[in-house]
Structures are given as C-alpha cells and as structure tokens.
Design a protein around this ligand. Structure first.
Ligand code: NAD
Length: 266
C-alpha cells in the first residue's frame, strides 16, 4: 500500500489478473506477493489446502485460493475457469508448481515410478497449464505465460537425473510454445533459479544428508553461491517474474531467464 500510495511510478501490473500454481509457499508465494504489491489480483492454486488458504489470507483481499493438483488436467481447467468467473480475464499464467525427485544418488537404484511422478507434476502439469491458459489468452489476443525451470535443467548435477530431465523439458515447452503463441500476442518465458532453501529443497537435502541439521543444510545451500556478498532468495525470482510478466518485457518471449549469480558460467 505504502509503495503504491506515495510512488510517482504506476504499479507495473495495475489491473492485471494472474494465476500462479504452487503459490502456497516458496517462489510462488513470493511472486504472488510481488504481483499484488504491483497492482495485480492473484489466484493462488496449490495442492496444499490449508497452507494455500493461509497464504491467501496473509496476502490480503487481492489473493484468492483454489485447490489445484496440476497432475489433474480438470483441476487446471477448473482453476482457469474460476479465475475467469472471478476476474473476467487472465493476463498472467505462472506454471510454477514443482516437486523434487527424492531419489538415491545412484542411477542404478532409480525407481522409475518416481521418474513418472516427477514428470507428471513438473512437465505434464506445466504443459497442461500452458494449454488451458492459451484457450483463454488466444481469444484475448494477449497474455504472459511463465514457467519455473531450474539451473539443473542447464547443467545436471549429482542425484539430479530425474529432476534435471523435467526442467530441460520445461525449457523445451517454453521455446516451442513461444513460437506457436507469438502470433496471438502471447509471450511464453521461464525462469531458472539457483537453489534456494524452500520446503521442497530442504526435504530433498534431508534425504541426501540425513545426519545434518536443517540450519546447516540451509547454510550448505547458501555457501554454493558464487556471487560474493549475497545469496539467492525467493524475492530474486519474484523480481524476475515481475519483469517477465510486465510490459517492461513486452518484446521478450521464448526466453529462459537464469537467476543464478553467474553459477552456470563456471
Ligand atoms: P516450495 O516447496 O516452497 O513450493 C512448491 C509448491 O508447489 C508447494 O506449495 C507445493 O504444495 C506445490 N505443489 C507440489 N505439487 C503440486 C501439485 N501436484 N499441484 C499443485 N501444486 C503442487 O518450493 P519452491 O522452491 O518454491 O518451488 C517452486 C518451483 O521452483 C518448482 O517448480 C521448483 O522445481 C522450482 N525451483 C526451485 C528451486 C529452489 O532451489 N527452491 C530452484 C530451481 C527451481
């Protein structure tokens, strides 16, 4: 409120309507908060009912929660329909929900059922999100679609085989659908974040390092940072999402915005 009331700049998402999956916590929640403080109304879609309701309440009257499991296509189309019935349009669809693989480091021990589960959320869920957003955005002749990929999709990493494949696929979805949807004025982009100690990363780390306490796990993640004097936070990803969602990025489409403090340059 303060920023908007006393700033001479108009809010960057004034009047925009956004639907964000996986917004009950972490990157999705930080982005919902950022979008709202920049003038948008946000529908928070998440599988976690209680956490999602609490998040919406915390973010105020411009946030609404809907239960949505992105592995169920009908849940995604319901979330889009709900957004339209509430706000009459959809300007920004952020396909952010994702899970880690929690697999043992060795490929020889990989349970392929886990592979299927991760692909179902991280790839099929994203593709379905773009599909149902496009059904509304094509007739509108406008829209900004965002997805969350990962630096792991660019470089792999120990015990990352399954997760890495899923994020390579997200980048592929973005590049392909940016070319299909550009003729309708719809932009499609993704963000590749550096590791941030959000709940899903901590759960993964607990499995990999069961004897290390949580505060130390967080420090292990922060210590990976290559950029001196700072660490990657959910707000850094929310800032990238704000740029890509806003008209500041009106000619940016098919882009993978890497937010990693130069980590993948080494
Ligand atoms: P998070 O655990 O804080 O948030 C993920 C959210 O997704 C949770 O609220 C969870 O309930 C929701 N979710 C999980 N499965 C779902 C489903 N089937 N349907 C709907 N919602 C579901 O983690 P986060 O770090 O904020 O993750 C958000 C995205 O960022 C994910 O796609 C993740 O792969 C990606 N990412 C995270 C990091 C990181 O280090 N935190 C790095 C790169 C990419």
């Amino acid at each position: 409120f303060f920023n908007r009331r006393f700033s001479s700049q108009p809010a960057r998402l004034d009047g925009k309507i956004a639907l964000i999956t996986g917004a009950a916590s972490g990157i999705g929640k930080a982005t919902a908060e950022k979008f709202i403080s920049n003038g948008a109304k946000v529908v928070i879609a998440d599988i976690k009912e209680k956490l999602g309701q609490d998040t919406a309440k915390q973010l105020g009257p411009n946030a609404t929660f809907i239960h949505c499991d992105v592995t169920k296509e009908s849940n995604i189309s319901d979330a889009v329909d709900f957004t339209i019935s509430l706000h009459k349009k959809l300007d920004i669809m952020y396909n952010n929900a994702g899970i880690a693989c929690n697999t043992p480091p060795s490929i020889s021990d990989l349970d392929l059922a886990v592979f299927d589960k991760v692909m179902n959320v991280n790839v099929r869920g994203v593709l379905a999100g773009v599909k149902h957003a496009s059904r509304v955005m094509i007739p509108q002749r406008s829209g900004s679609i965002l997805c969350t990929a990962s630096v792991t999709g660019l470089m792999g990493g120990l015990a990352q085989h399954t997760y890495s494949v899923s994020k390579v696929a997200v980048i592929g979805i973005v590049k392909s659908l940016a070319s299909e949807l550009c003729r309708y004025g719809i932009r499609v982009n993704c963000i590749s974040p550096f590791p941030i100690p959000t709940p899903f990363v901590i759960e993964e780390m607990v499995q990999l390092f069961p004897r290390v306490e949580e505060a130390k796990l967080e420090k292990m993640i922060f210590d990976l940072s290559a950029l001196e004097g700072t660490v990657c936070e959910t707000n850094d990803i929310a800032n990238a999402a704000l740029f890509l969602a806003s008209d500041d990025a009106k000619y940016v489409s098919g882009h993978n915005l890497v937010v990693d403090g130069a980590f993948t340059c080494f």
